[in-house]
Write a protein that binds this ligand. Structure first.
Ligand SMILES: NC(=O)c1ccc[n+]([C@@H]2O[C@H](COP(=O)([O-])OP(=O)(O)OC[C@H]3O[C@@H](n4cnc5c(N)ncnc54)[C@H](OP(=O)(O)O)[C@@H]3O)[C@@H](O)[C@H]2O)c1
Length: 333
């Protein structure tokens, strides 16, 4: 049996990563595509080999009305996620939702609650959890092999050419660098540290948005305290590009991950200066395979709605505490 998976949105991540990854998923196939533009949907469906007899749609209700469609991957601007995910769940489709799962906490909760009520699976697409090297580090940390963690930090930036991207504006996004990559850093730190150090007890942000003068963060630094005396921070920016880095300092080990924060599953990792061997696995294949396996009942969703919800809550706290960013908490749905 093959699970029929549709994709909503034909943008960068759908085209570059999600649709290509679908070709490598056991027990599932790309079934159909939804775009705002019918020709774009047809082109995308043809290019990526969507298998449905009618495989391209420009209407959400028509796309979801296909009884053979079982699951959707939502890869649209952040503020659209909640409405689309709730519609998909109400139509009985399982949902793999891109990050951040929503732009308000109320919407994040509504998505999680609706998926639970409708008894469909909900996964949040934090692909860095499927980087083989990160998984090895997390396993060692969680087994106590690195000693007690004391401090961790991450930096992930890119240089935007201008402020034309939807993330820079209030209609379709809520944060810029913090939503592009900061939410991944937040998830990576929580995934690593919460099981051994407890939940985040304090989250503060420092944000600069002076270059373009828009409503969203250009450079942001977020400090976190985890329950049991662990401090962490991460920096994001759309103003400069630098190699990504994740560092974890424990009583018995120093872990340095260089270039691992990205789409490839590559980079390098050392533990106490010794290289860590890991396989360069496509992390998007890992995240979609987990989603499909969960639908089939042979795995648990690795990143459930509750994790995505907490991430949104902390991003909002970081932005709010910076004193510069809008505090509105109106649900979009
Ligand atoms: N996990 C990751 O590694 C990763 C990486 C990048 C992005 N993402 C996430 O994936 C989502 C999409 O990001 P992206 O970088 O792929 O964005 P993008 O290139 O701008 O693509 C978004 C797509 O959404 C559709 N869309 C529907 N309504 C839209 C509207 N009003 N304005 C603009 N686009 C609209 C468009 O497809 P149609 O024109 O066909 O409707 C558009 O191509 C975001 O939530 C982002 O955070 C995740």
């Amino acid at each position: 049996m093959s699970i029929n998976v549709g994709i909503i949105g034909t943008g960068r991540i759908a085209h570059m990563q999600l649709a290509p990854a679908m070709q490598h998923i056991r027990g599932a196939r790309l079934w159909s595509v939804l775009s705002r533009d019918s020709q774009r949907a047809v082109n995308f469906a043809n290019q990526h080999g969507a298998m449905a007899p009618v495989n391209a749609y420009d209407s959400l209700s028509a796309f979801l009305a296909d009884p053979s469609l079982e699951a959707v991957i939502i890869a649209t601007p952040d503020a659209l996620h909640a409405r689309q995910a709730i519609a998909a769940a109400r139509a009985g489709k399982h949902v793999l939702l891109e990050k951040p799962m929503a732009t308000t906490l109320a919407d994040a909760i509504a998505v999680t609650d609706t998926c639970r009520e409708e008894r469909v699976k909900l996964g949040i697409a934090y692909h860095l959890r499927w980087h083989d090297g990160h998984r090895k580090v997390a396993d060692m940390l969680h087994q106590g092999l690195l000693g007690k963690p004391r401090y961790a930090r991450a930096i992930w930036t890119w240089q935007a050419e201008d402020n034309s991207n939807w993330r820079a504006h209030g209609e379709l996004g809520r944060w810029w660098g913090l939503a592009g990559v900061g939410t991944h850093c937040m998830d990576l730190l929580r995934w690593m540290l919460v099981p051994v150090s407890g939940e985040v007890t304090q989250c503060t942000g420092t944000v600069d948005m002076s270059h373009y003068g828009g409503p969203h963060d250009e450079t942001a630094s977020v400090s976190l305290q985890f329950g049991n005396a662990v401090v962490a921070d991460f920096t994001t920016s759309v103003m400069f590009s630098t190699p990504s880095r994740f560092e974890l300092y424990c009583d018995e080990a120093t872990v340095i991950c260089e270039g691992t924060l990205g789409p490839t599953g590559g980079g390098s990792i050392t533990i106490n200066n010794a290289p860590l061997d890991f396989d360069m696995l496509n992390p998007y294949v890992g995240e979609i395979q987990n989603f499909v396996d969960a639908i089939e009942g042979v795995a648990r969703i690795a990143v459930p709605g509750s994790e995505g919800q907490r991430n949104v809550e902390l991003l909002l706290q970081a932005a709010k505490s910076s004193g510069h960013m809008a505090e509105s908490e109106e649900p979009v749905t």
